[in-house]
Write a protein that binds this ligand. Structure first.
Ligand code: AMP
Ligand code: ZN
Length: 499
């Protein structure tokens, strides 16, 4: 049995991880709202759960990892009401809402691959599950836990609590405080109580995204999609549900209420919440104007950045803190992470060349240090995915590796067993568990492989031009343009830039 412990946000304590049906594990993570580019704060959250997924797989579990795409245009205020952000963006960009969805979903996937985030095993969309959301809403009405008002449907929080439930148990809020806190919000006049939240909203005629329902034309509330998609793919009760800390309330609180209301069962065994990313002491968010987009990071084209940083530098920086702690990054911490990344990746390369010569008597002290560092990687991950400690252990191992590399590329004072552990655990934890990778992209933002390919393409084009083969040279230029690469002919030769 694994010794993995997970901090459960619901029980507020670390608990031994016991899957419902081993070796299977069901995990649901709230995915992005695809109305805009994801920023580094979002990437931190997805990286945290990528490592959870990787480590569970590493331990031998067969994980069904569901991460949704919120594409139905969710609403902005605490109870899930207000404006439709997808449509606002569509109007701004003068395109169809589903074009917005497609554009930002594709961009999100590119970001995932840039940061080496493994794809989920199922990536369901809210718009693909409208029928199920209507079904669950109907079930809640039938059970007396929801009511229709003027073409919208609201969850009846008081009725839910009157049945012995506790709305607010995840976020630690009580209903009276909540009631006191809500004033003048959308839907106030048609709701029984200001604490009630929308399951379905009536759409005004100009609303572009709307569907038929038993209550007329409208669109689902934000929270219901996750209740529907998690239970559809993972069952009424499943192992892990995660998301950013800011989703605890109201989103996850509402999910629990909907699930218990519709399925009569506590839905999730382990609730996990990752903490926020700050830049220079302030939460990174689009509305505060301090969000850094992945593209801005890799080009260095952002007023808060001194230069370009590679995605792996940022991934390492994220992993150097525990997912549940707030992480404040700045230029200095990016620079430090860059150095650490270089040390870790260099050591991985050196390790391939280091042999075990056994020419010296094993040094028990060194053997013990290496052994403890290797064991420490697992110990740290078992302790609620403490990647910060795992990275520290790997840096410790990298120091030993550097010493061996500089001393004739031979590990001459450790036994074969310890040498084998070093070879195995260093690589497994660095690459498989933490998901770092040797980048073709240099840490200064340039890209070695692309440089090589482009030099070749530029050469072929040059030859074609010299031969007056305009068809080929034009074809190359147009194809590059499609690939968002601009080539410039100047007196010193031809250069390229990404556009
Ligand atoms: P959204 O697309 O806004 O629904 O956000 C996607 C995920 O990113 C959610 O799990 C949020 O909790 C998370 N998130 C948003 N801002 C930050 C931030 N500054 N730091 C960490 N996670 C964030
Ligand atoms: Zn969700």
């Amino acid at each position: 049995m694994s010794a993995l412990h997970i901090y459960n946000s619901l029980s507020r304590q670390k608990e031994l991880f016991t899957p419902i049906n081993p070796p299977f594990v069901g995990m649901y993570i709230c995915g992005p709202t695809v109305y805009n580019y994801v920023h580094l704060g979002n990437v931190r959250t997805f990286t945290a759960f990528d490592v959870v997924y990787r480590y569970l797989k590493y331990l031998g579990y067969n994980v069904r990892y569901v991460r949704n795409i919120t594409d139905a245009g969710h609403l902005t205020n605490e109870q899930g009401e207000g404006k439709n952000r997808m449509e606002d963006q569509a109007k701004l960009e003068r395109i169809e809402p589903m074009e917005i969805v497609q554009k930002y979903t594709l961009s999100f996937h590119e970001v995932c691959s840039l940061f080496n985030l493994l794809p989920p095993t199922i990536e369901p969309t809210a718009t693909g599950h409208i029928v199920e959301q209507i079904d669950m809403t109907e079930q809640l009405i039938q059970k007396g836990l929801a009511y229709e008002a003027n073409g919208s449907v609201y969850f009846d929080v008081k009725a839910y609590n009157n049945k012995g439930n506790n709305y607010g148990k995840l976020s630690g809020r009580n209903i009276d405080e909540l009631l006191a806190g809500y004033r003048d919000l959308d839907g106030q006049d048609e709701k029984k109580s200001s604490v009630d939240f929308a399951l379905w909203k009536k759409a005004s005629p100009e609303h572009i995204m709307q569907w038929n329902s038993p209550w007329g034309s409208g669109f689902p509330g934000w929270h219901i999609e996750c209740s529907v998609m998690s239970t559809k793919y993972l069952g009424k009760r499943f192992d892990i549900h995660g998301g950013g800390m800011d989703l605890k309330f109201p989103h996850h609180e509402c999910e629990i209420a909907q699930n218990i209301g519709a399925c009569n069962e506590e839905p999730v065994n382990y609730w996990m919440h990752s903490n926020m990313l700050n830049f220079n002491g302030q939460k990174m968010s689009k509305s505060l104007g301090n969000s850094i987009l992945p593209l801005e990071l890799v080009t260095g084209n952002h007023p808060l950045l001194d230069k370009a940083y590679s995605p792996m530098v940022v991934r390492l920086l994220f992993l150097q803190s525990h997912y549940a702690s707030e992480l404040d990054i700045n230029i200095k911490s990016l620079q430090d992470a860059e150095k650490n990344l270089r040390k870790l990746l260099n050591a991985a390369n050196y390790l391939q060349e280091i042999t075990q010569s056994g020419e010296l008597k094993p040094d028990v002290d060194i053997e013990n240090q290496i052994h403890q560092l290797c064991l420490g990687c697992k110990g740290a991950m078992d302790d609620d995915f403490n990647t910060a400690k795992t990275v520290a252990n790997l840096l410790g191992l990298a120091t030993h590796i550097n010493t061996y590399y500089n001393n004739g590329k031979t590990a001459n004072n450790i036994s074969v067993d310890v040498y084998n552990s070093l070879q195995k655990y260093y690589v497994e934890y660095l690459f498989d568990v933490l998901g770092l990778k040797n980048e073709t992209q240099n840490t200064d933002g340039s890209n070695e492989t692309l440089d090589k390919v482009m030099n070749l393409v530029i050469d072929i084009r040059k030859q074609a031009r010299e031969n007056k083969d305009w068809t080929t040279s034009d074809k190359i230029r147009d194809a590059l343009k499609d690939a968002k690469i601009n080539i410039k002919d100047n007196k010193d030769g031809t250069t390229y830039e990404l556009i």
